[in-house]
Design a protein around this ligand. Structure first.
Ligand SMILES: Nc1ncnc2c1ncn2[C@@H]1O[C@H](COP(=O)(O)OP(=O)(O)OP(=O)(O)O)[C@@H](O)[C@H]1O
Ligand SMILES: [Mg+2]
Length: 242
């Protein structure tokens, strides 16, 4: 793999007295898609939140271009070129699609090379152009997910963190969203994909990390790791993935 764009080094994270992550070493290069899989409570969302500055971590535990950025506030991380599509989307209810997107444009990072514009976003998800004047709450779950992804892209991320973007969506719209990922990576944006569907995670990513109880239990090239290895890493025993 070429030099890491974003990396974590012995990253630990806590919720009060509870330790959720135990020394996570993770890395992703420009243009890569890396899947994060693991059972409920394994620590996937916590890793994304720690990278995004939503949880307190030591500076050297998160590095961007080899520079320590751990513990920077979320708005600083956006300015640094990291964006998150959070679990549950968190759109601005009562606002139209276009106004949700404009918020991101107003708060965009300075990674001009990424070059996301409304025009390019509408080419990626034509439905957003059609529905731009519509309040977000009247959209379907899949359409709302497109707005959430669009909002993240318009902040010009070099690293896009996606937390379970397929959750609860119809297979057709999941396919539509996942088909958009290669165009997102085209300009060098890296995608970290938290995904419960192990098959989808493997087929959509270059590499994967499996997490188990706050540790990385397996990492490798997605095409190379066997179902048996994933089953063991996922459950911590000799189980197969269904
Ligand atoms: N706000 C919180 N306060 C206290 N503990 C938390 C909090 N959020 C998560 N945890 C705990 O941290 C651990 C990791 O949770 P996390 O949400 O990162 O898991 P996950 O892999 O994203 O799971 P899921 O697949 O259910 O989304 C779990 O034990 C969870 O109960
Ligand atoms: Mg989660």
């Amino acid at each position: 793999m070429s030099a890491a764009l974003l990396s974590t080094h012995g990253l630990v994270a806590h919720y009060g007295d509870f330790q959720a992550l135990y020394g996570i070493d993770f890395e992703i290069a420009a243009g890569e898609v890396v899947a994060l899989i693991g059972a409920n409570g394994a620590g996937k969302s916590t890793l994304l939140k720690s990278i995004m500055g939503l949880l307190s971590v030591a500076p050297g535990m998160v590095q961007l271009d080899g520079r320590p950025v751990g513990g920077a506030k979320p708005h600083r991380m956006v300015a640094n070129g990291v964006a998150i599509v959070p679990e549950g989307r968190r759109l601005f209810v009562g606002m139209s699609v276009i106004d949700n997107l404009r918020v991101a444009i107003d708060h965009a990072g300075k990674s001009a090379a990424v070059g996301w514009t409304l025009e390019r976003l509408f080419a990626l998800f034509p439905l957003l152009k059609e529905k731009q004047a519509v309040p977000v709450e009247s959209l379907s779950g899949g359409q709302q997910q497109m707005v959430a992804i669009g909002r993240a892209l318009l902040s010009q991320p070099r690293v896009l963190l996606c937390d379970e973007i397929s959750l609860g969506l119809a297979p057709k719209v999941v396919k539509e969203i996942y088909q958009a990922l290669p165009s997102i990576c085209e300009t060098g944006t890296a995608i970290v994909l938290v995904e419960q569907d192990v098959g989808l995670a493997r087929s959509s990513s270059n590499r994967l990390y499996c997490m188990l109880e706050g540790h990385v239990s397996l990492t490798g090239r997605s095409a190379d790791v066997s179902r048996e290895a994933i089953g063991e890493a996922y459950f911590g025993g000799a189980h197969a993935v269904a």
